[in-house]
Structure formats: C-alpha cells, structure tokens
Design a protein around this ligand. Structure first.
Ligand code: ZN
Length: 285
C-alpha cells in the first residue's frame, strides 16, 4: 500500500483511504507510539508499513487530530531562493549554490495548527518538505533519494518585520517563531508519486490563490540539496529540509499583503494533501 505516515493524537499512525492504523497497537510492540521511533528505524518501519492493509485498521480515518508527522526533528534546514520566479519577484540573483538557513525545531507545528501573528508583517511560503529517513554523510547525488523517507507539505511562515529588522537580515529568527513551521498532513513515501520530482504546490490565503508552482522548477532539486547539505552535516532520520517557495509571497506583491487575524492559509501539494492554518492574534506569556 501507499505509505502515508501521520501523527494522530500524538501517536504514530498510518493513514488509509477511510481508516487508520495505530502503529503501536498494530505492531505488537515492534514499534512504539512515538513518531520519532518510527523515523529512527525507518527502513524496517517502511517495510512493515507497506505490508499493512485495511484488515489492520484500528479506527476510522476521520475526524482525527493530526499533529506534525515529525514532531521533534533533530535539524530543520531551509533553502532560500530555490525557484527562479521567486528570486525574480524578490529582485535577487539566481543563486549558484543553495542558500541555506535554519528553522529551529520549536517552530514545527501541525497541519491544522493556528498561526499566531506576532507582527503586522507575517508572510506565507508554501514549500515541499523533505524528511530524511536514513543516516548519511557525503551522500552522492545519485543515492540521495534513498535517504529520503518521504515528503510533507510545509509552510515557512515568516515574520518579515523581525527578519528585516536590521542588516544583515535574520532569516533564522524571522522564520523560527513558535508555530511558524506547519507540516503535514502526512509524510508520504516517494514511491507513492508518479514522479516525485514534479509535484504541483499551491497556497491560498482567505480564499484567494496566492501561489501556484511545480517542484520540477526548483533551481536545486531534492537530490542535489541532500547531497549538498550532507557534505558538511551528517543527516539523521527525522531531519527536515524546507526546499524553498515559488513566486507569490505577500511581501513582494504590489501592494504588499500580509496575514491578518482570521485569515486561513490553505496549502496543498499534489499527492500529499492539504493543510489549513488559521491566523490568530498572538497570545500572552
Ligand atoms: Zn522559505
């Protein structure tokens, strides 16, 4: 079966068309309820998961409480300017090597989590998110996709006021506010896609289509990014790579447009699914 891994009420789960499989209950102790434990033994886990069927279902598919499929990633890389149309709208040159920054793991949230607006210049960026499933360093580009557990939809939510408060800009802080990394709704294995290198991705805000692109237009495709990052950093199971956003973010529109309280951000990637994140006023504490 097509491998769709999710976190349901905090527990590792497999999603079927109209049912779900609670991993710990179905695996007789072989795998725990912790989603990170499945990532840590991903190759063995994926073999087991592909052997499951509707006969293993432990509950209905909906309604379910979906959290981030990878709740505690060891590292979260993000890539800037990885689509030519986005580099153009930002009036920046096409990079000759990947532009890498960090999203700290505190930003990771689920596919239906609220986004707290910390300022009046918070922006959207729909992105394909790569999940590493196999440890490696100095990974060859030709072997890179074998190190990928699967793909998720992601939002690289960005507080432009914080990011551009001074020079040089602070990408990592402006994009790491609590909850500024919604991911989900599932981690989908690459063999589920007809072509994992060509997926349509879209973002709508308050009902208006803002972004529409295809992952085949990445300047540095997924295999290149995995090989590049692993030159310097050992990649570990559960590491995430936000792979960059296509054109149509709010800060480069004319007039500029930012997220407002009550807006719903709807982010979709072909073959993976849809996230819906509502913008709310920043709370206390
Ligand atoms: Zn981004």
């Amino acid at each position: 079966m097509s491998l769709r891994f999710a976190t349901v009420a905090g527990r590792a789960s497999l999603l079927l068309d109209d049912a779900l499989i609670d991993v710990a209950r179905a695996a007789d102790g072989r795998f725990s309820a912790d989603p990170m434990a499945a990532l840590a033994a991903w190759d063995a886990f994926a073999d087991w998961a592909r052997g499951r069927s509707a006969a293993d279902a432990t509950g209905p598919r909906s309604p379910v409480d979906l959290g981030p499929p990878v709740p505690r990633p060891p590292k979260v890389f993000a890539i800037g300017m990885n689509y030519a149309d986005h580099a153009r709208e930002a009036k920046l040159e096409i990079p000759r090597s990947p532009v890498v920054f960090t999203k700290f793991p505190n930003c990771i949230s689920g596919p239906f989590a609220d986004v707290e607006l910390y300022s009046d210049r918070v922006d959207w960026e729909v992105e394909l998110v790569v999940v590493i499933g196999r440890r490696g360093r100095r990974i060859a580009e030709g072997a890179a996709l074998a190190h990928v557990a699967g793909y998720m939809v992601g939002q690289d939510i960005s507080d432009r006021r914080m990011q551009f408060a001074d020079k040089p800009p602070q990408f990592s802080m402006g994009k790491s506010l609590d909850g500024y990394g919604p991911t989900g709704p599932a981690l989908v294995a690459l063999d589920s896609f007809a072509d994992p290198n060509d997926l349509g991705l879209t973002c709508a805000v308050a009902g208006e289509r803002m972004q529409s692109g295809r992952t085949r237009d990445m300047i540095f495709p997924v295999a290149t990014l995995v090989a590049y990052l692993s030159k310097w950093c050992t990649l570990e199971p559960g590491d995430l790579i936000f792979t960059g956003t296509p054109a149509g973010v709010g800060s480069t529109r004319d007039p500029r447009r930012y997220l407002a309280v009550g807006d719903e951000i709807v982010s979709t990637i072909e073959g993976i699914g849809t996230m819906r994140n509502r913008c709310v006023a920043a709370g206390g504490e």
